[in-house]
Design a protein around this ligand. Structure first.
Ligand code: 5RP
Length: 221
């Protein structure tokens, strides 16, 4: 059973006629976009707001009408994937490099649904490297600060081993934290660093989580 497909298709059922829908990024969100594309072909009228160039190209191919986040008053519902979700439903996102746009779209959404397979559910965040999106200018200074903290930073690379560039034109530094005991204080500290555009800690930002398990679907409200 493809659990990503299962949760992606389930989440698409939450989309109703006339909604403005935030379309997340990643291999799980892919299936939700596919399912919505199918419903649009069958007559559903919605407006999508994409969170990355990748999702935009996908949605365009499927004929989903799109607007940018600046062209809509608000987003009714955003559906997105996640890299890790802890026991308190706090998350790490940004494995796919779209964290800044994803956080912007989520923050202007009435409701957010995360769709994940069961491997993403953890007790404590941190095994998954925490992405930090930074301005290229001064980024090595941030790498130094993270090294001094013992966060084992690595500058993300693309397939060609060049420095990865986000859709916003920034770099991503991945932090190998292993265990994030206090996500709130880490988020506050990262927010305070000049040059940090955004980080992948998504705290208190989800309303519903749909988890795909080998035993079936779990919906956490
Ligand atoms: C992209 C993201 C993705 O939602 C996250 O990386 C999960 O991706 P996938 O569904 O491919 O595991 O945050 O920036």
């Amino acid at each position: 059973m493809n659990l990503k497909q299962l949760v992606g298709e389930k989440a698409a059922e939450y989309v109703k006629e006339g909604m403005v829908v935030g379309l997340g990024t990643g291999s799980t969100a892919y299936y939700m976009v596919e399912a919505l594309g199918k419903r649009v072909k069958e007559g559903l009228s919605i407006t999508g707001v994409t969170t990355s160039t990748r999702t935009k190209e996908h949605a365009e191919k499927l004929g989903i009408p799109l607007k940018t986040i600046d062209e809509v008053k608000k987003v009714d519902l955003t559906i997105d994937g996640a890299d890790e979700i802890d026991a308190h439903y706090q998350g790490i996102k940004g494995g796919g490099g779209a964290l800044l746009f994803e956080k912007i779209v989520a923050d202007y959404s009435d409701k957010v649904i995360w769709i994940v397979d069961e491997s993403k559910m953890v007790e404590t965040l941190g095994a998954f490297p925490l992405p930090v999106e930074v301005m290229p200018y001064g980024s090595q200074q941030l790498v130094r600060i993270f090294e001094e903290k013992g966060f084992h930073p690595t500058m993300r690379k693309n397939d060609k081993e060049e420095t990865y560039l986000t859709d916003g034109g920034h770099y991503i530094i991945d932090l190998q934290m292993d265990k994030i005991e206090d996500p709130n204080s880490l988020a506050g500290w990262l927010d305070s660093l000049t040059g940090v555009m955004e980080h992948g800690l998504f705290l208190n930002r989800v309303n519903t989580i749909i988890v795909g398990r080998e035993s079936g679907l779990e919906v956490i409200e």
